[in-house]
Design a protein around this ligand. Structure first.
Ligand code: 6V0
Length: 302
């Protein structure tokens, strides 16, 4: 058991439960608190997860929003999910109301808590969570393009026949349609991706479509995505709890763009410790600017 390790998960649907399941097997939390507007969902998920908790030896229980507000890390997965064919940005109105309710019900939120936003549209909701909670910008993070980046690295791993963990590449910008891949900055074994012969044969538009379109394909086939984001969110919590200072692509307030979007950031106890500026080609920089502009237009409404 370590400090900074009391984690509340607000929203106990498919994503919240997948996160709790992935997290409990890391054995790093003193306690996992499960919160939802539906008492039946809390009861059912806690009963079910407690069976797994007995194997992982992690304490898990239902909790009130007020208790969640006193946790070290508050992960918000509450809210509506995308329907088949619906862009993430369409969810804003529905999930803005949910988020307002969630933040309001957790007051007073601990001043040193870290909020990890997962509900979509995650970039805009991270911006809103920061405003509503009043916490410093570094303590309010969104899962952003972490999942898209893992999808990219898995895909590149197949092309380059190397373990995805040995690929250093990022999807940046919006967790959504305007996201972009930072091809010029990508490396394998310290060697620029662009210097590999295989790179010349990559259809970049097709890769981009595969990465950004994967969620919609899963939603079309089974109605929702949850294991991937559950594992990614658990990894982010792991990084915060152990102050690992791992650089993850997460949704943060990026001063350079004046908006909340995904950039590589060093993550630890106090949330974001540093945001890195990725060297981009002129075309990539324009695409990231366009993503920032698209998000800014929506951010200004909230
Ligand atoms: P779900 O299974 O419908 O669960 C949502 C849960 O939120 C339900 O149990 C609701 O009862 C609960 N809820 C609603 N309002 C409140 C409230 N005010 N307080 C507490 N709980 C509340 O949805 P699912 O778990 O599949 O998705 C949750 C969110 O995650 C959606 O917004 C998805 O779009 C989003 N995802 C984000 C991803 C990412 O990469 N960031 C990936 C997948 C899904």
């Amino acid at each position: 058991m370590v400090s900074h390790s009391r984690v509340a998960i607000v929203g106990a649907g498919a994503v919240g439960a997948s996160l709790a399941y992935a997290l409990m097997f890391k054995n790093i939390c003193s306690e996992i608190l499960i919160v939802d507007v539906s008492p039946d969902i809390v009861k059912a998920q806690v009963l079910d997860l407690a069976d797994a908790a007995s194997v992982s030896h992690t304490r898990i229980r239902g909790a009130t929003p007020e208790e969640a507000g006193q946790a070290d890390i508050i992960v918000i997965t509450a809210g509506a999910k995308q329907r088949d064919g619906e862009p993430r940005t369409k969810l804003i109105e529905r999930n803005y109301r949910v988020l307002k309710n969630v933040i309001g019900s957790m007051q007073p939120i601990r001043q040193d808590a870290v909020i990890l936003m997962v509900s979509n549209p995650v970039d805009i909701l991270t911006h809103i969570a920061r405003k509503l909670s009043g916490l410093p910008a570094n303590q309010v993070i969104g899962s952003g393009t972490y999942l898209d980046t893992t999808r990219l690295c898995v895909h590149l791993g197949e092309i380059f026949d190397v373990n995805p963990q040995s690929i250093n590449a990022f999807v940046l910008g919006e967790h959504g349609d305007s996201q972009m891949i930072a091809w010029d900055a990508a490396t394998i074994g310290g060697q620029p991706l662009t210097s590999f012969p295989e790179y010349q044969n990559i259809d970049k538009k097709a890769v981009s479509k595969i990465v950004s379109g994967k969620a919609m394909e899963i939603i079309r086939l089974k109605g929702a995505t949850f294991y991937g984001i559950g594992a990614c969110a658990a990894d982010l919590v792991h990084t915060i709890v152990l102050n690992k200072k791992v650089i993850h692509p997460v949704s943060v307030y990026a001063e350079k763009y004046g908006v909340t979007l995904s950039m590589p950031a060093k993550v630890g106890w106090e949330g974001i410790q540093h945001v890195y500026d990725v060297p981009l080609s002129k075309e990539e920089e324009e695409r990231l600017q366009a993503s920032a502009d698209a998000l800014r237009e929506i951010e200004q409404l909230y």
